[in-house]
Design a protein. Structure first.
Length: 319
């Protein structure tokens, strides 16, 4: 088996050289092959993953060595192929990894050991998971509109000016966003699913007054916020959390619940809505670009069409 380690050199973890040196020592003792590929620019991880998938198919594993951006790119490169992805969470947020490893506090050394990369007894289970298709691109984790996308946009600007802040830049970005009324506008026409009755239904609105709309394949985003604690990666459904437009005074009590994964219709009242989506579209009534966020990356399409793609990606899980 060939293990292609796709490394983002600017991802958050500072101990990458030491980690890979230890892993290399293990591969010298076994028949499996370790190949290192370092990304140089945006899109490299997708291209590398796609290239090796075409060459080796199920006889190779693409190991994501970075954060959520690297995971996003590799998922796009491997969608609907026989090549699985294995995730070593070496980024700053590692939000998708929080879901698959079942903890907000991931110990990278423990993950590496559990996969057997330090003793040569490499082991894992490969299972297919769903993806979100949006305008032809794939989302593996969470897509969102509104409050959190604005925080992401401002946070990136702060991080670019003061790189030493790291992920704290996004925490600082919360304050200017919350200083303004949390009322945004969006249009949507969605095919939803009622898991109790097993029936589909339509949910649509023109110029919906909202604060936040998260569409989730997994559970965590934004450095640990949890809009969908009970999400399943292989159920063919996308969990959603929709928060109506509201004043800051009403928003503040919701934020800690949204982080802890306890925000729902019961704990937050009639301004919070939960459910499941299969497909649909979002747009702005005036034809302007709709700013959104997917796997930590912003986009600004004039219209966003989404659908769940069941079992579209093979993923390596710990045994």
């Amino acid at each position: 088996m060939k293990y292609i380690f796709v490394i983002n050199p600017i991802a958050g973890n500072d101990n990458k050289k030491k980690l890979f040196s230890r892993i290399k020592s293990t591969f010298r003792l076994i028949e499996d092959e370790m190949i290192l590929e370092e990304t140089k620019c945006k899109g490299d991880a997708k291209d590398i993953a796609s290239r090796y998938a075409q060459m080796y198919g199920k006889d190779c594993v693409i190991v994501s060595c970075g954060g959520d951006g690297t995971v996003h790119e590799i998922a796009n490169g491997l969608a609907h192929t026989d090549t699985p992805m294995l995730i070593l969470p070496l980024g700053t947020g590692n939000d998708f990894a929080k879901k698959i490893y079942g903890t907000k506090k991931i110990n990278v050394d423990n993950v590496i050991k559990a996969f057997g990369f330090l003793n040569g007894k490499i082991q894992y289970d490969v299972k297919p998971i769903d993806l979100i298709d949006y305008n032809g691109e794939k989302c593996i984790n969470v897509m969102s509109f509104g409050l959190d996308t604005l925080v992401e946009t401002i946070g990136r600007k702060i991080a670019a000016k003061v790189p030493a802040l790291g992920h704290q830049a996004y925490n600082l970005a919360i304050f200017p966003v919350l200083s303004k009324p949390l009322h945004y506008s969006i249009c949507y026409d969605l095919v939803c699913h009622n898991i109790e009755t097993g029936e589909d239904y339509n949910m649509s609105c023109i110029d919906k007054d909202y604060a936040l709309f998260a569409i989730c394949n997994a559970s965590y985003y934004g450095g640990g916020f949890c809009p969908a604690p009970d999400s399943r990666l292989d159920d063919g459904l996308l969990d959603f959390a929709l928060v109506d437009g509201l004043p800051l005074a009403k928003a503040l009590p919701i934020i800690p619940k949204y982080s802890a994964g306890t925000a729902n219709e019961e704990t937050c009242g009639d301004i919070f809505h939960n459910g499941y989506i299969k497909s649909g579209k979002f747009w702005m009534s005036d034809g302007s670009a709709l700013l959104g966020n997917c796997d930590g990356e912003n986009f600004d399409y004039t219209e966003v069409e989404i659908k769940v793609e069941p079992k579209a990606l093979k993923l390596c899980f710990l045994k």
